[in-house]
Design a protein around this ligand. Structure first.
Ligand code: 6R9
Length: 655
């Protein structure tokens, strides 16, 4: 029996509610239009959704594949599209950002306010000598200045490189040097878990090299904490902006002008500087935010909980929603400060209608218990979204029931830093939702699943490799400074016709695509291919399990063996202790996986742990768990959100 026969069979599907369909931005017709004329479809999206200073004369130039040019000859300004044109259209009073600081301070920023702030910041950067083509590093907490700084760079045509505020000085240093940044924009600190947390010292440490290209460090005062100061190099953001004019004429840039660089980890140690350009990226962000999140700018209050340091923050806090003129919530802090209901309180307070978050957050809330969201009025919500990793059907169903009041459609959106925007997702109001599956390539996107030999197949339940078969507007234009690595990483595994995403995938009997995790997370046990995601999903479907991570550990007999790390739900932790370190429970869980997926998937070893190692973006670092499972010294832990987690796991296992 295959896993998803059991999963799909035992879970309901959710046809669209006609009332939702009646108002939805996405339509079934879009699939037909895009199929009939791929480039025509994308040309129409670009002209409908974006204001061009100069219209383009060629939609796609693929003659130098895999280096694409979209909207050739077109000129536009991304910041003008995200800000000024809304003010010009009479919507200057519309709230762009409801900012909620972690300590409870708030700011309401209208589009007119945003225009003033972005203009001042663009003038201030200009006064510091930042011009078109100069790169600017942004290392900020989740405060509105992060949005303002990004848009100011876009306005000037200075590509920004946002580095997540949780990254170390070392990581910041590598990124600043790789992109030869001229300026760093940072803050004294931000609020996290109820206390100010300093940022500026990491910048000082990162720049503590004689050969740095950085000329000035601009510092936003957020916490007011004591801040080390380098006279002559460091400047206060507020001093610069106070002295700057409120008006700034946005110049048009070429459609292919680089908009930003964003570093992401690859299979090797060196992070890849993924870069995106202007016209295609902005078009696809605006399109997907409209038809997938179903944003209606005049009535919705949208909230994407990502950090601005990740691609989700770029595409779905900054460029997509602002290009569409949406009203959104921005929250600085952690979900459990000062209490575990903080997010739900924010939803109640701002009457949030659309929530876009990650499965890891959903599973954390499951662990905390559904009685917490139940205390808040979340009847304003009308759509939920998920991104970042596969969402297992149990988490999907919990999300729908306890957050979405059993009425909100959920969109499970698959995409990557490299793809720039959502690629595979249901369209709310159109698609019958299948919990756990990202379902269908969006209108305008073509994906296939290939076998080991690179042949496409459509056979259900067979596991293969996800590839994208046609260029798309928001595709990465390369790896900054390393065109060869771009070709090698994405366009060589299956030849130059296919963009290889690095993810395993399969179809179900209805033709829905199920993402099965990175291919290195696909295991081979006795010649059977098993996905870590499937077994994790089976484990999490057990009522006593809160979260699970599965790795394939090498095994003499079976090639690989399934090793699972499991966090129990609060109320079962004592029970596990009572039963002599959970022996009975482990047996119960192994049998449960055998029942859900089949005996082949039964974990050889289940380790009950209290935490899992996660990156700062919430992805489980299976590589480290694999080290534990294979009895090796644990490898590099520098990208963990909490580097002490691995010690706790090893100690808990009596190592
Ligand atoms: C947007 C983002 C990309 C990788 C991607 C895949 C995983 C993202 C997913 C998903 C299953 C989803 N991923 N969304 N897997 N279902 N809905 O997360 O970008 O940080 O570059 O990660 O994340 O493995 O290849 P990024």
């Amino acid at each position: 029996m295959s896993s998803d026969e059991s999963l799909s069979a035992s879970h309901p599907t959710f046809p669209p509610d006609p009332a939702f369909t009646a108002q939805a931005n996405g339509t079934a017709q879009m699939y037909a239009d895009a199929d009939a004329d791929h480039e025509g479809f994308w040309a129409a999206q670009a002209r409908e959704r974006i204001s061009w200073a100069t219209d383009f004369d060629q939609t796609l130039d693929w003659s130098d594949a895999p280096f694409a040019k979209w909207y050739v000859g077109g000129e536009l300004n991304a910041a003008y599209n995200c800000v000024d044109r809304h003010v010009e259209a009479g919507n200057g009073d519309r709230v762009a950002i409801h900012f909620e600081g972690e300590p409870g301070d708030t700011r309401t920023i209208t589009y007119a306010d945003l225009q003033r702030e972005v203009s001042k910041a663009a003038n201030a950067l200009g006064a510091l000598g930042v011009g078109k083509g100069d790169t600017v590093a942004i290392y900020l907490p989740m405060i509105p200045e992060a949005v303002v700084a990004m848009l100011a760079c876009a306005r000037i045509g200075a590509p920004h490189s946002v580095v997540f505020g949780g990254f170390s000085a070392e990581a910041l240093n590598t990124r600043i040097n790789d992109a030869s940044c001229k300026i760093v924009i940072t803050a004294d600190g931000g609020y996290r878990r109820g206390a100010p947390s300093a940022l500026k010292p990491a910048v000082d440490a990162a720049l503590d090299h004689a050969e740095t290209t950085v000329e000035k460090v601009v510092v936003v005062k957020r916490t007011g904490q004591d801040t080390p100061w380098n006279e002559g190099r460091d400047l206060w953001w507020s001093d610069l902006l106070d002295a700057a004019s409120e008006t700034h004429e946005a110049q048009p840039h070429d459609s292919e002008h680089p908009l930003f660089i964003l570093y992401t980890s690859g299979t090797t140690g060196k992070p890849k500087g993924i870069f995106h350009t202007t016209g295609g990226y902005l078009t696809q962000c605006a399109y997907t935010n409209s038809v997938v999140h179903d944003v209606h700018p005049e009535s919705d209050v949208y909230w994407c909980t990502a950090d601005i340091g990740w691609v989700t923050g770029h595409s779905y806090i900054v460029y997509g929603p602002l290009a569409n003129g949406a009203t959104q919530v921005m929250y600085e802090g952690t979900p459990d400060t000062p209490h575990q209901g903080r997010w739900w309180e924010i939803i109640e307070k701002y009457k949030v209608t659309i929530l876009y978050t990650a499965p890891t957050a959903v599973r954390t809330f499951m662990k905390w218990g559904h009685d917490i969201p139940a205390k808040f009025d979340m009847s304003s919500l009308r759509l939920l979204g998920s991104v970042g990793e596969p969402i297992n059907p149990e988490a999907w169903l919990w999300y729908r029931k306890y957050i979405g009041g059993d009425r909100c459609p959920i969109v499970d959106t698959w995409w990557q830093t490299e793809t720039g925007a959502i690629m595979i997702s249901p369209l709310p109001g159109v698609t019958t939702l299948e919990p756990g599956s990202a379902q269908k390539p969006m209108p305008g996107i073509s994906a296939e699943i290939l076998d080991d030999e690179g042949h496409p197949f459509t056979e259900p339940e067979k596991v293969g490799y996800l590839v994208l078969t046609k260029p798309w507007p928001s595709m990465l234009r390369g790896i900054w400074g390393d065109p060869q690595r771009y070709k090698d990483t994405y366009w060589s595994r299956f030849g130059e016709k296919y963009y290889f995403a690095g993810d395993g995938a399969k179809y179900d009997a209805d033709g829905n695509i199920w993402l099965l995790g990175r291919v290195d997370d696909v295991m081979n046990v006795s010649g059977h291919r098993l996905s870590t995601a499937e077994i994790e999903s089976a484990l999490v479907s057990h009522p006593k399990v809160a979260e699970a991570a599965v790795v394939g550990a090498s095994d003499e007999t079976t090639g690989q063996a399934v090793v699972a790390f499991v966090i129990l739900r609060q109320e079962h932790i004592e029970e596990a202790d009572e039963f002599g370190e959970g022996v009975d429970l482990v047996k119960e869980l192994r049998n449960h996986v055998a029942k859900e997926i089949g005996p082949i998937a039964k974990p050889r070893t289940i380790m009950i742990v209290s935490e899992l190692p996660k990156t700062r973006s919430g992805k489980i670092m299976r590589r480290l768990l694999k080290d534990v499972a294979e009895g090796r010294e644990v490898g590099d832990v520098t990208t963990l959100a909490d580097s002490t987690v691995m010690n706790a796991i090893k100690q808990g296992l009596g190592d």
